[in-house]
Design a protein. Structure first.
Lengths: 246, 274
């Protein structure tokens, strides 16, 4: 392209622009530039949305990894059979809490298949027959520096299991175990409750569509600020560090 | 559920009785054998150094010092001072020295038990507390903990191990308190018996020189022992109000407890590590 051609083109463009301006002025006599106040607002909204989605949608899966429990266990079914939590999760004589039951407890009933559920078949063939403990993933497992006494809360404080653990006894399926990729701590016990989202506990309890099965989507009532909040409320003191730490 | 108390009350446990756990060490009985140090190491997962006899490098929560009256033979006399954390309460305008300087709130004074805590996950290793502690109780982890091969399997699960870069110190075997409380709760009581909560050093001492208990409870042995006319505490003049009482019938031994820069009582020429 030669220089003269270029000149001609720019002249033509200028003429076109002029014409465009005149036309716009005819249609709507708006002072040019008044709409510009929208630019920062739009930019803010765009930035806000992108950062919001980054923080709430994109980052969590990057930060937390997920694992499935070895067996899809139905608490509801077992509570109906056994009657209460203490049948499997009991206190020992020295005041310590048994936590997750051992294979022995399962084998008491499941030596032979009781139904036709494939999960039960898995329990028997993979764990009970070879005598292998089930590697349950414990949502509530605390870091090494934390001391927790079930006896103090359940026996002395007369607290219900569901206050911390949620209505897990009503659940038909186990939820995936999420853990922080860096710390390896379970998501239930690690970090702050952002903006008080899980403040009232079990807002995430969800009725799964048609079956009427209850599914716990998200459970987090075992973080340090949850403990501190309840202690402040019930005991009226800022506890010393050594009440829960070791 | 218990009734809700207001913060204004006091900083003691709102509805529970408070305790003041402390120790009385009879220096006349102490032979300096070091069983308390060994028991403490095993109980609290203290790590090993290449040469653990190197006192500058070893991390000991309980340390036995040797003091002497500095007189020539035949008047020479020695005494041993086992020194755990003094768990200073402070009095008047005096604070617990380490607690008042910690910028991370990694250490606090419990008004419920009278125990000075150390939370390793909060500590970031500035070592202000070490500078503040007049008893040199606190030790810093310059290295990651190591144990002779196979020994890491013998670690106490009730005590967390400390990483490089944090300060640690004696906790009066607080995990034993937690365990005892746990059992008491399960049996439906809040009070502990004297023998339910004892520190490892107390139980290990073959001479029975260490007595541990609630200083406020007249039924505990320490309550009476601390009233002995031979009882003293280390650096009492500083106003730290420590909870370790020592008993020594030897005058020079008691005076040694008051040694501090600028005013060294006569008769003590040196304080050495055992």
């Amino acid at each position: 392209m030669s220089t003269t051609e270029e000149k001609e083109q720019t002249v033509a463009e200028n003429e076109q622009e002029k014409g465009g301006d005149e036309q716009a002025a005819e249609v709507a006599p708006v002072k040019p530039g008044t709409w510009r106040f929208l630019i920062p607002i739009a930019a803010f909204a765009l930035g806000f949305m992108s950062h919001f989605s980054l923080g709430w949608v994109i980052l969590p899966p990057i930060l937390y990894a997920e694992k499935q429990q070895p067996i899809d266990f139905s608490h509801k079914l077992h509570v109906d059979e056994v009657g209460d939590c203490e049948g499997c999760h009991y206190f020992r004589e020295d005041g310590s809490f048994s936590g997750i039951p051992e294979l022995e407890n399962c084998a008491e009933c499941h030596e032979e298949a009781m139904g036709e559920d494939p999960e039960e078949a898995k329990l028997i063939t993979e764990y009970i027959e070879p005598g292998k403990e089930i590697p349950w993933l414990i949502y509530a497992r605390q870091p090494q520096c934390v001391f927790f006494s079930h006896a103090a809360h359940v026996k002395m404080g007369e607290m219900d299991c569901a206050i911390c653990h949620g209505p897990i006894g009503d659940s038909d399926h186990v939820r995936p175990y999420q853990y922080n990729r860096l710390t390896k701590y379970s998501r239930d016990i690690w970090g702050w409750n952002i903006a008080g989202l899980s403040k009232n506990g079990w807002a995430y309890l969800k009725q799964a569509d048609n079956s009427g099965e209850i599914k716990i989507e998200h459970a987090a009532r075992m973080k340090m600020d949850d403990c501190a909040e309840c202690h402040m409320e019930k005991r009226g003191v800022h506890e010393a560090c050594f009440v829960c730490h070791k | 559920m218990k009734e809700v108390h207001h913060k204004a009350d006091e900083h003691h446990g709102a509805h529970e009785k408070t305790y003041k756990y402390g120790m009385v060490v009879d220096l006349d009985k102490c032979t300096g054998c070091g069983a308390c140090m060994v028991a403490c190491m095993a109980e609290n997962n203290l790590s090993f150094r290449k040469d653990n006899s190197d006192r500058l490098r070893s991390n000991l929560w309980m340390r036995v010092y040797k003091i002497s009256n500095g007189r020539p033979f035949p008047d020479t006399d020695i005494s041993f001072i086992p020194r755990p954390c003094q768990h200073c309460e402070g009095e008047g305008h005096h604070h617990t020295p380490c607690v008042s300087v910690c910028p991370a709130t990694a250490t606090d004074y419990s008004h419920e038990t009278g125990i000075v805590s150390q939370v390793y996950t909060r500590c970031f290793g500035c070592r202000y507390c070490m500078a503040a502690c007049p008893y040199h109780v606190r030790v810093f982890n310059w290295w990651d903990p190591t144990w002779p091969k196979g020994m890491e399997k013998y670690l106490n699960p009730d005590v967390s191990v400390r990483m490089r870069g944090v300060v640690e110190k004696c906790s009066f075997c607080y995990h034993r308190y937690q365990r005892a409380k746990n059992k008491a709760y399960a049996e439906g009581r809040r009070e502990l018996h004297e023998d339910e909560y004892q520190t490892a050093c107390t139980q290990a001492c073959p001479a029975g020189a260490i007595t541990f208990g609630d200083l406020k409870n007249p039924e505990h042995k320490v309550h009476k022992l601390k009233k002995s006319r031979y009882a003293f505490r280390l650096l009492e003049k500083l106003g730290t109000n420590p909870k370790i009482y020592y008993v020594s019938t030897r005058d020079w031994g008691r005076k040694a407890g008051e040694v501090y820069a600028g005013e060294e009582p006569k008769g003590v020429t040196h304080v050495t590590h055992a």
